[in-house]
Design a protein around this ligand. Structure first.
Ligand code: ZN
Length: 284
């Protein structure tokens, strides 16, 4: 993987030569003050997908990519924590009301399972977005007024998967075991998702330590893992000390994300290292 800096004062291009590229708007945790929250762009050829847009997202997008929110065409929220969806209202309202008339721009595409699209609207976005106007038919707005909603296809299995192609980008969603802390299994947990891209890149988004999941994807030839980390035991992310117990074959391909402000106090030389915000990670 080639790591490329942005040219000074040039915006990030959402098009490239066709190789998968990952760009982190941020690599911090929900509480980070030294990084933006862990939200990232996938770019490949003429296609792109923004995975997560937290409450630092609007500032992070402009700061790290020099792009306006209207540049984003596809968004995939992994789950309903503020550092993953806190900027979605901004994105939706910007797309509808700022700049060129709404009717003249392509509607923002939202990738979400059927179950999660309902949760996202009913429990989070609706209070913010429903009553800004009424539709021509006289009803309040719905999720579908703001987004062109795309449901990935569900595949039932030992670990359920959901797949969808966004142009040339193949996305596979899987459930993660993130919240509540006490959930013993995915069946008991609130819906949260991680993402595998093109069978090459694995993004945990947010999960507790889940070695079976990593072994499953390792068997499929993942080239790089981007995994969330916390620096203490328990709670709802993967503790660094637990991640250290993974086979070296996985750790040497693992870049750590979603880290707290104290990251420099921790030696991660037994991993590929920290993921950094504002750099282009280009697959070869
Ligand atoms: Zn979370």
């Amino acid at each position: 993987m080639k790591i490329v800096e942005l040219a000074p004062n040039a915006p990030l291009s959402l098009q490239n030569d066709g190789a998968l590229e990952v760009f982190f708007l941020g690599v911090g945790s929900l509480f980070s003050t030294r990084h933006f929250q862990t939200n990232f762009l996938l770019i490949k050829g003429n296609d792109h997908v923004l995975i997560d847009f937290g409450n630092t997202g609007p500032t992070a997008l402009r700061s790290t990519t020099r792009l306006e929110p209207s540049a984003i065409e596809v968004v995939l929220p992994s789950h309903s924590h503020d550092d993953h969806i806190g900027g979605l209202g901004h994105l939706a309202l910007y797309n509808r009301y700022v700049g060129i008339p709404f009717e003249q721009r392509p509607q923002l595409r939202l990738v979400a399972t059927e179950e999660y699209a309902t949760i996202l609207w009913e429990r989070s976005l609706r209070g913010n977005l429903e009553w800004n106007e009424v539709s021509p038919e006289g009803r309040p707005l719905t999720l579908a007024d703001f987004f062109d909603i795309h449901h990935p296809q569900h595949h039932v299995g030992a670990r359920d998967r959901w797949t969808i192609d966004i142009g040339s980008i193949h996305l596979e969603l899987f459930r993660t075991l993130h919240i509540p802390q006490q959930a013993a299994s995915i069946a008991e947990a609130f819906p949260t998702y991680g993402v595998c891209v093109d069978d090459r890149a694995f993004f945990s988004c947010d999960t507790r330590f889940d070695p079976e999941l990593l072994e499953l994807y390792e068997g499929r030839g993942i080239e790089w893992y981007f995994h969330d980390v916390q620096f203490f035991p328990g709670a709802v992310h993967a503790p660094l000390e637990d991640l250290r117990t993974l086979p070296e074959s996985i750790r040497r391909k693992m870049l750590l994300t979603h880290y707290a402000d104290t990251w420099q106090e921790h030696d991660v030389s037994d991993f590929a290292g920290w993921a950094n915000q504002g750099l282009r990670y280009c697959f070869e």
